[in-house]
Each structure stands twice: as structure tokens, then as C-alpha cells.
Design a protein around this ligand. Structure first.
Ligand code: KIV
Length: 261
């Protein structure tokens, strides 16, 4: 097995000019599949809310839910850097709250945490406590109600505010930063201004790496967003397989002799 990936190794890869490939995963099965792909970073995103738990956004996701799914995914992830999201309402109130929440995710197996926005005191305090932090700026989904939807941020003159936010997150001690749904030229400007790697999702080709939701990559989500590319059509393939099973049960084709004792 290749070397275990750590937060310092991610920065090292970036210094060498290597692109960083990241995927989300939410349980042991998908954690194993993502790890076996050789991805550098596996994130238990709070996209858990929309992707797995059926919520309409990440806002309702709780720390307990993140802890449970982090503990499960941990079982499947051996090599990639294993990162978990601090959900909405578990770090914004105070520095102490953010450290306590980050520690809960670390106890469940996270090797780093990610948080959204310019919570620079919180980032510095979590790093000081001994846990690497990944930042996240641009379209930060926990603020969907403020943005009025999942809309591209940083267009036109507001681009500079995203650049400034990214710089402040870096200065607070983040080892990498997610750039979500921002114009490619703004992501390029940020990538050129920062020393830490930028990880794009809807941030264009100039980012230092990319992250995608594993369900989108596999085609499990029949209506993926524009920034995603389907590498297979798992949604259709799974329904076809399950329909065949249902049909076989009804017509007496399953179980066969091979499945009987
Ligand atoms: O929650 C999530 O999955 C994320 C990534 C898509 C960056 O934050």
C-alpha cells in the first residue's frame, strides 16, 4: 500500500505541483471504495444531509449524525487523509464550542476537520488543539438561506471578497481550502495568491485539486449539478439489477439450485 496521506503530505504534494483528488463518502462501504480508488482525501461532508439522509440542505445535520457517519466511514478508509465536516451550529457560537465539536469528530476517527466561512479564531484554536483544519469559502451550503439558494458566489466586483476571505482562512492556519461555486477566474486568482492548496467544487480547472460528491461521480444522483461529471450510470444500473431480482422472485427464477442448501 502507498504511504498514508497526512495533512502535511497534502501540502507537500501541492508544493510539488501534484493535483489533489478528493471524494466524499458517508459510510464504511463507500469509504472503502473511495479509498481503493487512490483518492488523496476522503471527506465525510455534511452533504450527508442532502445526499444520504434526504434533507433539503445541510442545515439540519447534527453533530451526532456527523459523529456516527464519521465512525462508520473511518472503518473503510485506510490510506487517504480522512476529513470530517463540522455541521451548522457546532462551531459558530464560540471558540470553545468549535474545539469541543472538532474533538468529537476526532474521537470518531477524523484526522482533520472542515468548517465553512471566515471563522478565523475557531480555525486557529482547533489547529492549536492539534487537529488540522480545511477551510471552505464561496458558496458555503450552510449559508444557503442567506444566499437565497445554491447560487454561484463571487461574481463581478464581489470576487475580491472571496479572495480576501480565502487569505484570512489561510492566515488562521488552514492547511487547504475548498472553493465552492465561484467563477473559474476568481478561483485562479485565489490559487495563485495562496500557499495552501485550493480544492475546487465548481471552481474550475485552475484549483490545486478537486472534490466531488461520490454519488455524483458514480451517477447515483439522477440530477447532478453542472460542476459534476458522471463516470458511470449507477442509478440506472442499480434499478435494472433490482428490477431483475424482483422479476426473478415473482417468476420463480430465484433462488436457483446454487442458492439452496
Ligand atoms: O459537504 C460536503 O460534501 C462538502 C464538499 C462538497 C466540499 O462540503
Amino acid at each position: 500500500m502507498a504511504d498514508k496521506i497526512t495533512a502535511p503530505l497534502i501540502r507537500e504534494k501541492h508544493r510539488k505541483g501534484e493535483k489533489i483528488a478528493c471524494l466524499t463518502a458517508y459510510d464504511a462501504v463507500f469509504g472503502h471504495l473511495a479509498d481503493a480508488s487512490g483518492a488523496d482525501v476522503i471527506l465525510v461532508g455534511d452533504s450527508l444531509g442532502n445526499v444520504v439522509l434526504g434533507y433539503s440542505s445541510t442545515v439540519p445535520v447534527t453533530l451526532d449524525e456527523m459523529v456516527n457517519h464519521t465512525r462508520s466511514t473511518r472503518v473503510g478508509v485506510k490510506r487517504a487523509l480522512f476529513v470530517s465536516d463540522l455541521p451548522f451550529g457546532t462551531y459558530q457560537s464560540s471558540v470553545a464550542q468549535s474545539v469541543d465539536s472538532a474533538v468529537a469528530l476526532a474521537k470518531a476517527g477524523a484526522e482533520a476537520v472542515k468548517l465553512e466561512g471566515e471563522y478565523t479564531d475557531q480555525i486557529a484554536a482547533i489547529v492549536k488543539s492539534g487537529l488540522p483544519v480545511m477551510g471552505h469559502v464561496g458558496m458555503t451550503p450552510q449559508s444557503v438561506n442567506l444566499f437565497g439558494g445554491f447560487k454561484v458566489q463571487g461574481k463581478g466586483s464581489s470576487g475580491q471578497s472571496v479572495v480576501d476571505a480565502a487569505l484570512r482562512v489561510q492566515d488562521a492556519g488552514a492547511f487547504a481550502i475548498v472553493l465552492e461555486l465561484i467563477p473559474a477566474e476568481v478561483a485562479q486568482q485565489i490559487t495563485e495568491a495562496l500557499e495552501i492548496p485550493t480544492i475546487g467544487i465548481g471552481g474550475g480547472i485552475h484549483c490545486s485539486g478537486q472534490i466531488q460528491v461520490i454519488h455524483d461521480v458514480l451517477g447515483l444522483n439522477p440530477k447532478p449539478m453542472k460542476h459534476a461529471r458522471q463516470y458511470m450510470k449507477a442509478h440506472d444500473a442499480i434499478i435494472a439489477a433490482l428490477s431483475q431480482y424482483t422479476e426473478d422472485v415473482r417468476t420463480g427464477q430465484f433462488p436457483g439450485k446454487d442458492n439452496s442448501f
